[in-house]
Design a protein around this ligand. Structure first.
Ligand SMILES: NC(=O)c1ccc[n+]([C@@H]2O[C@H](COP(=O)([O-])OP(=O)(O)OC[C@H]3O[C@@H](n4cnc5c(N)ncnc54)[C@H](O)[C@@H]3O)[C@@H](O)[C@H]2O)c1
Length: 356
């Protein structure tokens, strides 16, 4: 159907490299995989017979047919691979987290600009359904002046594995899920981020973080909290749960799950003068908040959104054709990595960090 197709090479053919290859080959009629490489020969056995296979990035980068390289190696190697690929004159999609720190990402921006190649990061969770529902509620104004947002991701009964438990390879949850959740909040609240306070823990992993609670104070008065833990013990079937909570002076919204269940709750009139109610408890009478008068509490369905992760590649392709701007801009991701650096500083000093 398309006259000009994307021709991909993939560096690192592990979980994510193979996921990309399968999706490109099976679902994208505007793209092909030309070649893949991995230092581990066994990974190459998972390659489709139509792909060329190599053991090193240097060999793959000599393939003239490749126009875009996906970098899907462990995090500590992202900078090295971005530098090599840019020097080879190929466009780049680098996996998240961009790098180990903001300084590495600054270097990436420098080399890719110098080489004049297209450059973006695979932050496909900008197209998550639950995130886009929460963002639509935030932008709708229905909740009035929003003062708090909570994004929480709880992992159950498991732990990280492989290189993710080693700090020198870029392990830990801040690099893993953290950058996705932070990126979503930064994109939802597009104003200056004034202050960051972070509590980061190693609950069962001696060397890398597996719990964090981040507080972001934005210039417009929004206080956003992101809480993530990988080691909550649970009798639930699911192994991960992502929930949202947003509150403003005119309403509250909650959304549970990646394909969210939730509601928007508003009121026809501010509930400023509801008489208290005396309730008898075990310990004697207590006065609780009063029940809202009949008909004042209005419950609405969450808005619907039509998004999927394929939209990341669709946008990349449209940019390749000169039709659209890249949605995931390297400068945004540099800011995100500066936030991650500030989080580490706050966690180390137990003090809030002034950011912008
Ligand atoms: N966007 C997302 O949702 C998402 C999800 C999972 C992983 N990732 C990212 O993808 C990257 C890879 O993660 P993964 O889970 O696929 O890890 P993985 O361990 O499954 O795969 C990494 C592969 O890179 C190979 N490799 C290591 N050094 C290499 C080198 N010098 N040259 C070529 N290959 C080399 C390894 O042998 C391995 O097969 C990470 O940056 C991770 O954060 C992103």
């Amino acid at each position: 159907m398309t006259e000009k197709k994307l021709q991909f090479g993939i560096i690192g053919f592990g979980f994510m490299g193979q996921t990309h290859a399968k999706m490109i080959t099976e679902d994208l009629d505007y793209a092909d995989v030309v070649a893949v490489c991995d230092i581990n020969k066994m990974q190459l056995e998972h390659a489709d017979a139509s792909y060329k296979t190599y053991l090193t990035a240097d060999e793959l980068l000599k393939e003239e047919a490749i126009d875009t390289v996906i970098i899907a190696v462990p995090n500590h190697l992202h900078l090295e691979m971005v530098e090599k690929t840019a020097r080879a004159g190929k466009d780049i999609i680098c996996e998240k987290p961009a790098g180990m720190n903001a300084q590495e990402v600054e270097k990436m921006l420098e080399v890719t600009k110098e080489a004049g190649v297209r450059f973006t990061f695979h932050h496909q969770r900008r197209w998550d359904t639950d995130y886009n529902v929460a963002k639509k509620v935030y932008e709708s104004g229905e909740l009035g002046n929003i003062y708090t947002i909570k994004s929480s991701l709880y992992g159950f009964n498991g732990n990280m594995h492989d290189w993710h438990v080693y700090p020198e390879f870029g392990g830990g949850m801040l690099y893993d899920w953290g950058v996705h959740l932070i990126d979503q909040i930064l994109n939802m609240v597009p104003v200056k981020l004034k202050q960051i306070y972070a509590h980061v823990e190693n609950v069962i992993n001696e060397n890398v973080d597996d719990y964090f609670n981040l507080q972001f104070y934005f210039e417009n008065g929004v206080n956003a909290q992101i809480e993530l833990g990988t080691y909550f013990l649970s009798d639930k079937e699911s192994w991960f749960e992502h929930n949202w909570f947003l509150a403003g002076n005119k309403g509250t919204a909650y959304s549970d799950g990646f394909f969210p269940q939730g509601k928007i709750v508003t009121t026809s009139e501010l509930l400023t003068n509801v008489p208290g109610k005396i309730t008898m408890t075990h310990a004697g009478p207590t006065r609780s908040f009063g029940p809202a008068p009949e008909g004042r509490i209005i419950t609405k369905e969450l808005p619907s959104v039509d998004v999927n992760h394929g939209m990341f590649f669709e946008n990349y392709y449209q940019n390749f054709l000169g039709q659209e701007e890249l949605v995931i801009k390297p400068e945004q991701i540099l800011r995100l990595m500066r936030v991650v650096d500030a989080i580490r500083l706050s966690a180390k000093t137990h003090k809030s960090v002034d950011f912008e």
